[in-house]
Design a binder for this molecule. Structure first.
Ligand code: IMP
Length: 190
């Protein structure tokens, strides 16, 4: 690998476990940095991720990445998108289901943006996206956040009904993490 050790700065252990599983599949050991960043308000996930990364790097001189994700719902013109965290805390899953009501068009996607940086100043962005739909009901107890109401395209289960391995086969985060791992291992041009 390009670096001896790589850290994932997050307070979300679900996110860490998802990423750790992918790293270990490629024979890499991922370290956890429990670091809470002050998330800036922006309509752009990449800007949020880069800002968070720089907060971490200002205190830790290590190869590290942060990840920021959002749920974008088509009939709501992309809402909650970058405001997903606030919306989850305030109206939650039921609030989203109420907003959609009986609407038939329930298309949505998750977007994940990883910002990686090293003490040498090198910075890279990796993204992953998964298309799917918002279910009519909360289904499943697994995962976190909006997992129990998000069903990836061409699959019957919600992310909330999948274990980490299965979610990793489709998820936005898994796609972004795989790109990062390949770059770390092979310095692939992406
Ligand atoms: P953040 O990346 O932690 O800012 O996530 C924004 C919001 O989206 C939070 O409320 C998360 O719970 C939710 N979220 C992020 N990633 C996922 C996911 O993989 N599944 C379900 N919800 C997610």
């Amino acid at each position: 690998m390009k670096f001896k050790e790589v850290y994932f700065a997050t307070t979300n252990l679900h996110k860490f476990k998802e990423a750790e599983k992918i790293f270990s599949k490629y024979g890499l050991n991922l370290k956890h940095l429990n670091f809470k960043t002050a998330e800036i308000q922006s309509e752009n996930l990449e800007k949020i991720a880069k800002n968070s990364l720089n907060q971490v790097l200002s205190q830790h001189k290590i190869p590290v990445f942060v990840e920021d994700a959002g749920l974008f719902i088509k009939v709501l013109n992309g809402f909650p998108g970058p405001y997903s965290s606030y919306v989850f805390k305030t109206i939650g899953l039921k609030g989203i289901l109420n907003l959609l009501g009986k609407t038939r068009n329930r298309e949505a996607f998750f977007l994940s943006v990883i910002a990686f940086g090293s003490p040498s100043g090198e910075q890279k962005i990796f993204t992953g996206k998964v298309l799917g739909k918002i279910t009519f009901k909360i289904r499943g107890l697994g995962g976190f956040g909006f997992d129990p109401i998000f069903q990836p395209k061409n699959h019957k289960k919600t992310f909330g009904q999948m274990d980490v391995e299965e979610k990793n086969r489709f998820s936005h985060r898994a796609k972004a993490v795989k790109k990062l791992v390949k770059w770390l291992l092979f310095k692939e041009k992406l």
